[in-house]
Design a protein around this ligand. Sequence first.
Ligand SMILES: [Zn+2]
Length: 141
Amino acid sequence: MSFTHWHGDMEAQYIYTAGIAGERFFRELKDNGKLVGTRCPKCDITYVPPRMYCEKCFAELDEWKDVPLEGEVVAHTEVHVDIEDNKLAEPFVIGFVRIDGTQGGLVHYIKAPEVRNGMKVKAVLKDDRVGSILDIEHFAP
Ligand SMILES: [Zn+2]
């Protein structure tokens, strides 16, 4: 998996905002500083971001589970230019982080001296949270 293009400032957050599952995910993040997913008891799979239906057996999912703030970088890319192709003063890294014990993943900033796929990272949360994917400031080792 690779990112070939990135538009602007975390536009991918819209992916996570839709639906009831997304609302609960962001409420837990905002109010309790927690990440949660939905679990399929039959397949024993926990999805983060939460899904309303199991991808494997299509069962409707209503079991919520707290998941850790830790995960693993599955893919990443270094961003050097903005959307108009202007060179950035400071490049940054966007990664796809799979939360431990879950399926799926979150697209987010990774802050580390050197980012590698497979590295363990943890979500660094903002103190002042509003209920958005950017309540996670970034992931760091
Ligand atoms: Zn299932």
